[in-house]
Ligand binder design. Structure first.
Ligand code: ADP
Ligand code: MG
Length: 476
């Protein structure tokens, strides 16, 4: 969508829309977590003489956004025909205290944020330490984390670490696929500890940032203070540890830090996209040590959890945008259609809200279907007829070529019917398409197969179980 902003008098209204549009592009490009870290706290200011003024809460954020994102922001604005030549990031006093720093020495960023003096102040005390950790997102709290069967162990373990006054398992190793809440739980631990024990030093950072800090220390011949900084923390959390696979000296350094902290009974929390044993490219002794404490995995979410998460997000949105009403059936639709990961799910909800607020249309299922075309197709593409044929052939110990052949012996015909039936219910393919995929059969053959299996499922417990088993394994 393109918004033109040539009219002088409506400039600010228009540019604000373009800015919102820019934010949703950035959100899609960067992913929810990164987006939140850096863009949630930006406030739209005004357009003054082709200068777009944006307010940011801290000097650190200002510098970071400026160096990392300013060019991209400008180019998105321009793509949307905004007449902006320049972006000015300004520090601004916010009403609500913003918990965004996660440095080992706490710096109160909200104290006196008038541009000049506080800019310097923050730079003096804040930057150095803030560089070590990553900013914490106050929204990634335990309160905002919805618990279900797939994440309850990870949640309970995280909660225990945040609340206990002594170390009960060390390290806590959280693992699971992308977008399932690992980073959320780590932020929640850090936020909670800072609340309960403000004097404790909690350091959260990604493994990537750990490596970057380490390389910097090497370059500036400053490894002593690097070591000291990391080893003096009470709680160290390193996110996405799989990143250091194959990076030998970073691994080595990490391992020393890790051992020192554990030996001194300081809490360590690690996350990864897979279990310790599966971390290829990480040395065996490190892998095994990572698994010594508690290993908690987060499974893909189930429907109820997705719905619960959507309900809580929708409530939060309602507070921010009271005009945009999202009905329960909309949330059910999303929870059903988008089952890949929670980040995508959230992104879908945000996209609908953004779209509705930009074009001023109410949220309906039709609109969602249109706006989320790509996502819905992507998650439905997951089971293909080929997958089904392979799985079924495997299960009944047949050759794929037999399954697709013209042979009619019962040992082949029945599995073939099962495969056709599954193709009908698990994919969006039409009957003629399914027929073609099964050796060029007619669609009436497919209908017959579907009816036959449906009938057998009711009368034959063995068939029913086979079909259920195959369905589950195809959908997992
Ligand atoms: P990961 O680090 O596992 O890739 P994140 O922690 O970044 O995933 O989660 C992705 C997004 O989904 C975040 O915005 C997070 O707040 C949200 N999310 C994940 N799990 C939950 C949950 N159980 N309740 C609420 N929000 C969740
Ligand atoms: Mg993460």
């Amino acid at each position: 969508m393109v918004v033109f902003v040539d009219e002088k008098n409506s400039n600010n209204v228009q540019i604000k829309k373009v800015w919102e549009r820019t934010l949703s592009v950035l959100r899609a490009e960067l992913g929810e977590a990164t987006f939140r870290s850096w863009f949630r706290h930006i406030k739209f200011g005004e357009l003054a003489d082709k200068n777009l003024i944006l307010y940011v809460p801290t000097k650190f954020m200002k510098d970071w956004i400026h160096t990392h994102y300013a060019d991209r922001i400008l180019s998105i604005l321009k793509n949307n025909s905004a007449s902006v030549d320049n972006i000015i990031f300004d520090l601004q006093k916010f009403n609500k205290p913003q918990k965004i720093s996660n440095n080992t020495n706490d710096v109160n960023h909200t104290k006196d944020n008038s541009v000049g003096s506080s800019g310097v102040k923050i730079q003096e005390t804040g930057d150095h330490n803030t560089m070590l950790g990553a900013p914490l997102d106050p929204d990634l709290s335990f309160e905002n984390f919805v618990v279900g069967a797939s994440n309850e162990l990870a949640y309970a373990a995280a909660k225990r670490i945040a609340e206990a006054d002594k170390v009960s398992f060390n390290p806590l190793f959280l693992y699971g696929g992308v977008g399932l809440g690992k980073t959320h739980l780590m932020h929640a631990i850090a936020l909670e500890i800072k609340k309960n024990w403000p004097e404790r030093k909690v350091l959260y950072l990604s493994a990537e940032k750990f490596m970057y800090q380490f390389i910097r220390a090497l370059r500036f011949k400053d490894t002593m203070s690097f070591k000291q900084q990391f080893r003096s923390v009470d709680v160290l959390m390193v996110d996405d540890i799989q990143f250091i696979a194959g990076k030998d000296s970073t691994q080595e350094e990490f391992f020393h830090t890790f051992n020192t902290l554990i030996d001194h009974n300081h809490q360590v929390v690690i996350s990864a996209d897979r279990s310790p044993v599966d971390l290829d490219g990480i040395e065996e002794r490190i892998r095994s040590r990572l698994g010594w404490g508690l290993v908690a995995d987060i499974h893909p979410s189930d429907y109820e959890l997705r719905l619960g998460i959507l309900q809580s997000k929708a409530e939060a949105h309602l507070k921010e945008n009271p005009d945009i009403v999202i009905k329960d059936n909309m949330l059910e639709f999303l929870a059903q259609k988008i089952d890949s990961n929670i980040r995508v799910l959230e992104g879908a909800l945000n996209r609908i809200i953004a779209y509705s607020s930009l074009v001023g249309r109410p949220v309906t299922i039709d609109m969602a279907q249109e706006v989320l075309k790509d996502l819905i197709r992507a998650s439905q593409r997951r089971v293909t007829i080929d997958d089904i044929q392979r799985k079924v052939a495997d299960y009944y110990n047949l050759r794929l070529s037999d399954l697709l052949s013209a042979r009619r012996s019962r040992t082949i015909a029945r599995p073939r019917q099962v495969a056709m039936y599954l193709s009908k219910i698990l994919t969006t393919r039409s009957l003629p398409e399914i027929g073609r995929k099964f050796g060029g059969r007619d669609h009436t053959t497919v209908i017959h197969a579907v009816k036959r299996i449906e009938g057998l499922k009711d009368s034959d417990a063995a068939i029913q179980e086979e079909v259920d088993l195959l369905t589950r394994s195809l959908e997992s």
